[in-house]
Design a binder for this molecule. Structure first.
Ligand SMILES: C[S@@+](CC[C@H](N)C(=O)[O-])C[C@H]1O[C@@H](n2cnc3c(N)ncnc32)[C@H](O)[C@@H]1O
Length: 429
């Protein structure tokens, strides 16, 4: 397919997402099934246009004075992929699969508007109602942080040290441009790529099948590492989901001690079994019923709450969720977090620690949540994290924003990772 056909495909997918309120992955998959002549390069290019359009939806629409799918998709090619409107018109002139050209009104708006004149939340490509939360989280840096959340993410992997060193994995993936990640000790990074370029399908590699690595954002690896359990600790991953952090902790503990993995949702937990097998872990027990945890009350050295959250920190990967989020969703997540924290705290032994993580950057889900919990539960107090950070990643590693060194917030702008919040609360001995 030529560029015109790919652009047309992306416009169809964006329409489908808008009209039928569908998840991006489903809409892209359906488009592929209905257009079997399209090759994998075409499908990847269409996916890139769609995701790029959603990441910068507000600023594209403002500059084009049009929020329709065609204006958004054209804006991607012009603003993000480096084509001029004239070059596109010339390219599409003899391409019968190209979409109709941009309207004169779109072209005039684009030629005359300057993004610096747009409302600040439009410049930052975030919903207007969430701007105050960004300001509260980042002060005068909030716009830089918001903009960084609208860029393409890298593809990050974690070498599974139970089976392979980071160097061995990088060697196995040398065709993919894999490099050591900047901060995480076992992290590997593949650059995001530009324009139509395709990320490698690393899960099809033999080395993946052998369990040498996991796909895991570097931020997720860092917060798993910061949990920092001792080799012989008894750990409960109370919101284990598919097991991303369970696997990372189990490997960091060198298959010693014990990690109990539990999640209230059995369906989310189910894939953990196959992942644990592939990774060669022997120190994990999976629990799909809270009653199985009764014997662990007040017994555990470390309890991790990787809480359900709005996922604002993952907007680079799931940009559609940025526009679907509502104040009501935020309220619901905050309530779920309080519930999960209260339940999880009952498993921490005296002197043990309760670790609270989210993949959000919003204070309501992070620092404020922790302040509220400690206010209600004075036997818990926040333990500073930055010392562990330096010990694990070195003094030279980029420092994440931190409220007086106690909790940390990772972000694309500061640590080049997804957004994550990490805090450790110590229960009085
Ligand atoms: C952010 S996800 C976990 C991701 C996972 N830890 C990982 O690293 O792949 C949050 C999880 O919390 C679970 N959850 C929500 N409320 C819970 C509760 N009260 N008790 C236990 N799990 C809960 C959800 O089912 C969801 O799987």
């Amino acid at each position: 397919m030529r560029l015109g056909g790919r652009l047309g495909g992306a416009i169809d997918v964006l329409k489908d997402i808008d009209e039928r309120k569908r998840p991006v992955a489903d809409a892209l998959k359906d488009w592929g099934l209905g257009h079997r002549f399209a090759g994998s390069g075409d499908r990847a290019a269409i996916g890139n246009i769609v995701y790029d359009a959603l990441r910068m939806r507000l600023s594209h629409a403002w500059l084009m004075d049009d929020e329709g799918p065609a204006a958004l998709a054209y804006a991607v090619l012009i603003r993000q992929w480096g084509y001029s409107p004239d070059a596109l018109a010339a390219e599409f002139a003899d391409d019968r699969f190209a979409p109709p050209p941009l309207s004169d009104a779109n072209l005039a708006a684009f030629a005359s508007r300057n993004l610096a004149d747009a409302p600040a939340h439009v410049q930052g490509d975030i919903p207007d109602w969430i701007q105050p939360s960004f300001e509260a989280a980042f002060g005068e840096d909030w716009l830089t942080e918001a903009k960084a959340l609208s860029q393409r993410p890298t593809l990050d992997l974690r070498a599974n040290t139970l089976k392979a060193s980071r160097e061995k994995v990088i060697k196995a993936l040398d065709r993919s441009g894999a490099q050591p990640a900047p901060i995480a000790r076992n992290g590997i990074r593949i650059a995001a790529g530009e324009g139509a370029s395709r990320l490698p399908n690393v899960t099809a590699e033999i080395s993946f099948q052998k369990g040498w690595f996991e796909v895991q954002d570097e931020g997720s690896q860092i917060v798993s590492d910061l949990v920092h359990p001792g080799d012989h600790d008894q750990v409960l991953d109370f919101c284990a989901g598919g097991g991303g952090k369970t696997l990372a902790m189990a490997a960091a503990m060198n298959n010693k001690g014990q990690v109990h993995a539990y999640d209230a949702d059995r369906k989310r937990l189910a894939p953990i079994i196959e992942r644990l097998r592939r990774a060669g872990t022997r120190n994990v027990q999976v629990h799909d019923d809270v009653r199985q945890l009764q014997a662990l009350k007040e017994k555990l050295d470390v309890v991790l709450v990787d809480a359900p959250c709005t996922g604002t920190g993952t907007w680079r990967r799931r940009p559609d969720t940025k526009w679907r989020l509502t104040p009501k969703n935020l309220e619901e997540r905050v309530a779920q977090q309080q519930e999960a924290l209260a339940e999880a705290a009952t498993f921490v032994k005296p002197g043990g620690s309760l670790v609270y993580i989210t993949c959000s950057v919003l204070p309501d889900e992070n620092d404020r949540q922790i302040e509220g919990f400690c206010g209600d539960n004075p036997q818990f107090s926040v333990e500073p994290v930055l010392e562990t950070w330096s010990g694990l990643f070195g003094e030279a590693a980029p420092r994440p924003p931190s409220r007086d060194g106690s909790t940390v917030t990772l972000t694309p702008a500061t640590t080049e990772t997804d957004g994550f919040f990490f805090s450790r609360l110590r229960r009085q001995a």
